[in-house]
Design a protein around this ligand. Structure first.
Ligand code: NAD
Length: 497
């Protein structure tokens, strides 16, 4: 558990609740504070699930699997999931406020990405499940009559969904929606930093007619808390996780007992490659978003930029101007474009890289320290957007995921060199290539060892496409039919004719 998470023992009532078997459960032996990174205010008291609470949630999910949810047709389930999407949209302002208080992200971002995408996930996967087909094979037999094979898809069972804090509703529903569409039931463990929207979704589930036990939420931390109890629970049939690579390693070892399958979306250290033949305006605009959006706390975000030498100085200058024009402050103010980091703890981690960069001799193009803001934002977790140049590729600042509003920019001279620099990472999540030369774009994209390559864009997502990372950035793919593959088992039926 984070050292800063203030715990209160029994006797204190939680203001947030677990959601188990269609009911909100507030009682807990321990509750912890949900602290807003905007101004340090306590926005809620969260119950921490012990192993008995997790067990209740898993049992409720198991019962619902056998009950009405498991017996419904795909069409019936899809109709209910469309109602969930509508329910989120109807309560847009409630979700928006909760997400902003938990994360500090600007309303301009959350109203554009987090909440609409949270709703869209239910619509997309409700539609997707109705288009699923499976294979059939006729085979010859010695008696000449033959046999017919056909495969049917069945739900995998009770799915544990462990989600992070950077896009809380969006990333959680990205897993819950396809899992439910396929007929599974879920137990969700949202991040301890951002518990609220997962609970609000329980209200929407009830209003939409999702049967009790289909969607459950337990709150708490990772090790020795709800996350570990859930992933170790023998009643869990599959684990889908988004978060840090080191946490994925711990969850994989928990999943090994009972040989439960995992789907992992993990960390990244993503590169952008900017060729001299790019459209500079578009490259600067796109890279400003990929480095600084959500205060740099996007798994797909760019932390390493390689720019072809003739454009290097111009690009650095333009990105500096863009970084310095970002506006920090009240995230509810539509003019605010840069929120705080998720917590003071995380700010300490990001600052340790800011210090390391300076110790290693980086030129600080802009930023490099915390932001000096007026009260009450001086009690928050704001930090200045930062750009460095001049570090060796061996620097920890270039090798490790920082997850803050910062990047290092280095020049390159040849296309092969750019490809090799971009690939020189233990991670393999995403890359953006900026060039107006289409032949080059295809050639370079095919050589970059990542799950997602964008050409002249960033974060442009068609939810039917495969999403995931190679190397240490993930296991498996979700999105479209790929989600359906993880959330179902294929059963072959062979009929002797
Ligand atoms: P995290 O790994 O610290 O926590 C994620 C979740 O795992 C939280 O709910 C946490 O409580 C839980 N957890 C922690 N330890 C656990 C354990 N031992 N057992 C079970 N559960 C445990 O990640 P975070 O800090 O919340 O999120 C940031 C990270 O997520 C970054 O590394 C980022 O790159 C990654 N991320 C990846 C993607 C992707 O799609 N690849 C998307 C978003 C974020």
């Amino acid at each position: 558990m984070p050292t800063s998470a203030a715990m209160r023992n029994s006797g204190t009532d939680a203001t947030l609740a677990h959601f188990i078997d269609g009911r909100f459960v507030r009682t807990a032996r321990r509750v912890f504070e949900n602290v807003s990174p905007i101004d340090g205010a306590v926005v809620g008291l969260v119950p921490e699930a012990d192993s008995a609470v997790v067990d209740d949630a898993v049992k409720a999910a198991r019962a619902a699997l056998r009950g009405p949810w498991g017996k419904m047709s795909e069409q019936q389930r899809a109709a209910i999931l469309h109602k969930v999407a509508n329910g989120i949209t109807r309560r847009f302002d409630d979700f928006l406020k909760a997400e902003i208080l938990d994360t500090g992200k600007p309303a301009s971002l959350a109203s554009h990405i987090d909440i609409p995408r949270g709703a869209a996930n239910f619509d997309v996967f409700a539609n997707q499940v109705l288009t699923l087909s499976s294979e059939t094979f006729r085979m010859a037999t010695p008696d000449g009559a033959g046999a017919l094979n056909y495969a049917i898809r069945v739900p995998r069972g009770v799915i544990a969904v462990i989600s992070p804090w950077n896009l809380p509703l969006l990333l959680m529903t990205w897993k819950v929606a396809p899992a439910l569409a396929c007929g599974n039931t879920v137990v969700v463990k949202p991040s301890e930093e951002t518990p609220t929207t997962a609970m609000l979704l329980g209200e929407v589930m009830n209003e939409a007619g999702v049967p009790p036990g289909v969607y459950n939420v337990v709150h708490g931390f990772g090790p020795d808390s709800a996350g570990e109890y859930l992933t170790r629970h023998p009643g869990i049939d599959g684990i889908t996780f988004t978060g840090e690579t080191t946490t994925g390693t711990a969850i994989m070892s928990a999943a090994a007992k009972g040989l439960r399958p995992v789907s992992f979306e993990l960390g990244g250290k993503n590169a952008a490659v900017v060729f001299a033949d790019c459209d500079l305006d578009k490259a600067v605009e796109g890279t400003t978003r990929s480095v600084f959006a959500n205060c740099g706390q996007v798994c797909l975000g760019t932390e390493r930029i390689y720019v072809e030498r003739p454009l290097f100085d111009a690009f650095v200058g333009r990105l500096k101007t863009a970084a310095e024009s970002l506006r920090m402050g009240d995230p509810f103010d539509k003019a605010t474009t840069l929120g705080p980091l998720i917590s003071r703890d995380h700010r300490e981690k990001v600052l340790s890289y800011y210090r390391k960069a300076q110790e290693e001799g980086a030129e600080v193009v802009t930023g490099g320290d915390i932001a000096q803001l007026a009260t009450p934002y001086d009690r928050g977790a704001f930090i200045r957007p930062t750009i460095w140049t001049g570090l060796p590729e061996t620097s920890a600042v270039i090798r490790e995921e920082i997850f803050g509003p910062c990047c290092h920019i280095a020049p390159f001279d040849a296309e092969e060199e750019a490809v090799s620099l971009a690939n020189d990472s233990p991670y393999g999540l995403a890359t953006s290539i900026w060039t107006e030369n289409l032949t080059r774009a295809h050639r370079v994209a095919a050589q970059i060892d990542v799950g997602i390559t964008w050409v002249n864009s960033w974060f442009l997502r068609d939810l039917r496409t495969p999403f995931g990372g190679s190397k240490q950035s993930g296991i498996g793919r979700e999105g479209g039919v790929h989600s359906m593959e993880f959330y179902t088992e294929l059963r072959n039926v062979c009929i002797k004719l």
